[in-house]
Design a protein around this ligand. Structure first.
Ligand code: 16G
Ligand code: MG
Length: 565
């Protein structure tokens, strides 16, 4: 009883120092809270309390708290929580996240927390310990917000905050996962794991392609954010691969996410700052502000700033091709008996934004492709249902998940092969899959580990960026957004491909879509902005533009301000 009282007093006192800004309502959304950095102290403090409670609920397992606003402008910031698995915080706790962020007074906050703790049966009041790892990106507001998070964690008795400093979002998720698995989890362990698995993959490159005239240089746009800085560290450990990082944001050069970064490149389809025609034909890549998104691009000499975009769908296709090749080698007739017990169900997860040409390509490869709503948490969850689940959003968020059973099976197979047929194609295929599972981040999509896997696979196949770009031809597409009075009025189903409400809107979309050859169109409420997004695809750019515009007008007519008329 005395412990509870003590806890109540501490929470009340600390919360009183972080009053919420009046008139601001925040929602945890698809990727945590985001707003202007200057108004976020209260939200971050409260998210600190939440993260500590989450750790308590999970028996003291380590939880992560990341301060970042990803690809948003530099004045913004944000905060999100990583669960002990290293994945996103469970969706079950999102209503509590919304409630704790928006509750008006310190007294209300204490009441809310005590009610929640009771309902969730959380050991509260100092009976158990909790641990939260903290990370932040390079935003100027990050340092003071990190202090607010520390105070939120300290307001929960028994909770300890460990400040990991400036990190990419995927580094923090990786650390949380490793720590809970009792593995080495420091930043230097991260670099060691990535560089050594990359080297293993390079050592396994078939002789035929190893001698080809491969361009060993990749030019990387670091979005003037944390990713570039970290890549400069990592590249020191990668002999044989020349990484030239531009837009590092160092020494006050360039502004975070301004005219640079994966989001800019993917949306605008033009060169980011610091890239020009001199780079035509080179292999270029772009990270977003917290380095959990990756896209590649190539500048074609005739087209000014226009680029050939190699988006998340094409990264996914490259990964799928490679994984499938290794599985096919393992499943060859001769190795039956050894490999047929290996559980190896391969699944591809996309969203409605995936270019239709990519889905066709993947299905032609004979792969199972499924769809989820937009947002990493949905794709990740679905991919984890497979022995190997590959997921990507077109915008460059994605990774490959390997199930524990698959990895165990592969490890024991590798031991068998090492004595039965050492150095065989089978053993090499098994080792490639094991190395890929070490290289690619198992907690969350990670631009740095994704970049290294792309580089290793291109080298493995002996492909130039042009070869990769030609894997299939994207269907022309157009994205538009419509400002609406209340975006929650739009309800969708079937992984956001169908509108259920308002009634009648889907019929209108169907009628517009039917006017265009290879037409495909959907609308969905944004999870991050007060808009409804429209996506259209068709066989020509003009048709895709026309379809998107006509549907945008209809959305505006149904629920907008009528400004598009
Ligand atoms: C967030 C999501 C991203 C999604 C985007 C959609 C995470 C880590 N990030 O940035 O996956 O593509 O939102 O934004 O889940 P929208 O709902 O505004 O279109
Ligand atoms: Mg990001």
């Amino acid at each position: 009883m005395a412990e509870k009282q003590h806890q109540r007093e501490i929470l009340l006192r600390s919360a009183s120092a972080f009053p919420p800004p009046p008139g601001v309502k925040l929602s945890y959304g698809t990727a945590g809270f985001r707003a202007e950095g200057s108004i976020l102290a209260s939200t971050v403090f409260r998210t600190g309390v939440l993260a500590a409670l989450r750790s308590l609920k999970m028996g003291g397992a380590t939880v992560g708290l990341m301060i970042t606003a990803s690809h948003n402008p530099v004045r913004d910031n944000g905060v999100k929580v990583a669960d002990p698995s290293g994945g996103m915080m469970t969706q079950r706790w999102e209503p509590f996240a919304d409630a704790i962020a928006n509750v008006p007074t310190a007294q209300d906050l204490v009441q809310l927390v005590f009610d929640f703790v009771k309902e969730e049966e959380i050991p509260f009041g100092g009976v158990c310990s909790a641990e939260v790892l903290l990370g932040r990106d390079t935003r100027p507001s990050g340092e003071s917000l990190l202090e607010a998070a520390k105070q939120g964690i300290a307001a929960v008795v028994g909770a300890v905050a460990i400040d990991m400093g400036v990190l990419t979002t995927p580094q923090l998720h990786w650390m949380v996962r490793c720590r809970n698995k009792r593995r080495k989890a420091s930043e230097s362990d991260y670099y060691t794991q990535l560089s050594s698995s990359f080297k293993q993959l390079m050592d396994l490159i078939p002789k035929e392609t190893a001698i080809s005239l491969f361009d060993t240089t990749v030019l990387v746009d670091g979005a003037n954010g944390v990713g570039g800085e970290k890549l400069i560290e990592l590249k020191k450990m990668l002999p044989g691969l020349e990484i030239h990082v531009r837009n590092t944001g160092k020494d006050g050069e360039g502004i975070l996410n301004e005219g640079v970064g994966a989001d800019f490149v993917q949306k605008e389809k033009i060169t980011p700052h610091s890239f020009d025609l001199d780079d035509a034909g080179r292999r270029c890549a772009s990270l977003d502000g917290d380095a959990d998104r990756l896209v590649y691009f190539c500048i074609s000499s005739a087209c000014g700033r226009k680029i050939d975009l190699i988006d998340g769908d094409k990264i996914l296709s490259l990964f799928a091709l490679f994984i499938k090749e290794q599985l096919t080698i393992l499943k060859k007739e001769e190795s039956k008996g050894m490999t047929d017990k290996l559980p190896s169900r391969l699944g591809i997860v996309q969203t409605a934004y995936a270019n239709g040409a990519s889905t066709d390509y993947l299905r032609q490869l004979g792969l199972e492709v499924v769809f989820t709503p937009t947002g990493v948490k949905y794709l990740h969850e679905k991919a984890s249902e497979y022995d190997i689940g590959i997921y990507f959003e077109a915008n460059g968020h994605g990774t490959i998940l390997f199930s524990e059973q698959f990895i165990w099976g592969l490890e024991s197979l590798n031991i068998q092969l090492a004595s039965n047929s050492p150095g065989s194609d089978y053993q090499k295929a098994a080792l490639r899959l094991l190395s890929a599972s070490q290289l690619i981040n198992q907690a969350v999509g990670d631009a740095l580990s994704g970049l290294l896997l792309v580089e290793a696979i291109l080298r493995h196949i002996g492909w130039s960026i042009e070869d990769w770009s030609k894997l299939y031809q994207d269907l022309p597409s157009r994205q538009l957004k419509v400002k609406v009075v209340d975006r929650s009025v739009v309800v969708t189903s079937n992984a956001e491909t169908q509108v259920v409400r308002p009634p009648g809107l889907q019929e209108v979309i169907d009628a517009e879509t039917a006017k265009h050859s290879h037409g495909r169109c959907f609308v969905r409420p944004s999870g991050t902005e007060d808009v409804v997004r429209v996506y259209a695809e068709a066989s020509t750019q003009e048709a895709a533009d026309a379809l998107a515009q006509s549907v945008a007008r209809e959305v505006d007519r149904f629920l907008g301000f009528g400004s598009l008329h």
